[in-house]
Design a protein around this ligand. Structure first.
Ligand code: GTQ
Ligand code: FE2
Length: 375
């Protein structure tokens, strides 16, 4: 290293010549050269960005249109084979201010996955927690530890880390769905493990049952199998069906109309997918919810520690994230970065606005670092 390499740039010294910083003198320049040479950085020059008054996300609010996601996934379906090595035909949302990396937010992966008729995605497992959510179509079964689970519009399928899984399209049409995982969180925190499974799913697991074993065991609300009293970190119920979610949301709005305090705010119903063994979030790192805004209704503005990804499940409306605002429709996806204000409003008309949401709140709750602010 030459002296030139370690000289602080004039720009940097100029930046330091401001309130709260020591006077720039030859002695200070000498001190900072010493720091750089020994790989040291003082707190007093960095504290503003290291310890901000409130979260200042590196992520940007951004919207991805479903017709573009769908079109490009279909294009990939015709060009890119799916198989061992690449593992999945999944295309991730890349937040525009996260360096072109496949991160929707600093913690969350969100992708559209696509399988052509007759195709199989090979078996593997990883420590990252995952889920699938289906905005349109059917025909793909995901096989988790040998349990074959049907995927149809509106279904939510959690899949805790380290479970073997593969997907197969048994139908005659291609199918798309979205995946949410904590891949960026695991990447940045260096805790990821991965293992390849069998290259072929045996025929006896290549089944297409209406309901999975997990639903037959766990799919009755409030009824816990007494043979299964140990709580598990991720939900053992591997599919939450749209008929139930839809009914639960409708009933909240109906109860509200009858005078009961069943909604979050006027016209805003919401349910959280929960783990039936402990009542907590379905996955240790990811919270998943479905929100329904009655026609014309708006959600209360809120900001929250941690980031969220939304997908419009149905209806049309306006969403505001920080300084941005979009008119949205079915399938559109958007990111709400940490501590940015968010509100949604359903258009006036026939339909309500249904928003599927996932976020990283369980991580921050676990470290006593979670905050929500309304208004
Ligand atoms: O379907 O197993 O979008 O392992 C990213 C990683 C999907 C999957 C993704 C995965 C999967
Ligand atoms: Fe996977």
């Amino acid at each position: 290293m030459t002296t030139m390499d370690v000289l602080p740039s004039p720009v940097r010294l100029q930046a330091l010549d401001k309130p709260g910083q020591p006077a720039v003198t030859p002695a200070l320049e000498e001190l900072y050269r010493g720091f750089e040479q020994e790989m040291l950085v003082p707190l007093w020059t960095e504290i503003g960005s290291l310890m901000p008054l409130h979260p200042q996300s590196k992520a940007t609010p951004h919207l991805w249109r479903w017709n573009n996601l769908r079109r490009l996934a279909d294009q990939a379906g015709h060009i890119v084979p799916v198989g061992r090595g690449g593992e999945r035909r999944a295309i991730a949302l890349a937040n525009p201010s996260l360096g072109g990396r496949p991160y929707a937010s600093p913690t969350l992966w969100a992708a559209i996955q696509y399988l052509m008729p007759g195709e199989d995605a090979p078996e593997h497992r990883h420590s990252q927690h995952a889920f699938r959510f289906v905005v349109e179509g059917e025909g793909v079964w995901t096989v988790v530890n040998g349990d074959s689970i049907r995927m149809s519009r509106g279904d939510f399928l959690p899949q805790g880390g380290w479970n073997w899984h593969a997907h197969h399209n048994s139908a005659t049409e291609p199918m798309a769905w979205i995946d949410g995982l904590d891949i960026p969180f695991a990447y940045h925190n260096e805790c990821a493990f991965f293992e390849f499974g069998r290259d072929e799913i045996p025929p006896e697991e290549h089944t297409t049952p209406e309901f999975s074993f997990s639903e037959r065991l766990w799919g009755y609300p409030g009824l816990r199998p007494v043979s299964q009293l140990e709580s598990t970190a991720s939900s053992p119920l591997l599919a939450y069906r749209w008929v139930d979610t839809d009914k639960a949301l409708n009933e909240q709005l109906a109860l509200e109309a009858e005078g009961y305090a069943a909604t979050l705010s006027p016209g805003h119903a919401a349910v959280r997918y929960s783990n039936p063994t402990n009542g907590r979030d379905v996955l240790p790192t990811i919270r998943c919810e479905m929100h329904r805004l009655r026609t014309g209704a708006a959600s209360q503005t809120r900001r929250e520690v941690g980031s969220s990804v939304y997908q419009v499940f149905d209806g049309t409306g306006t969403v505001r994230v920080g300084e941005r605002q979009w008119q949205v429709q079915r399938g559109d996806m958007f990111v709400v970065p940490s501590w940015q204000p968010f509100t949604a409003q359903a258009d006036n008309g026939q339909a309500s606005l249904d928003l599927f949401r996932f976020c990283d709140a369980p991580i921050f709750e676990a470290i006593q670092g979670h905050r929500v602010q309304m208004g």
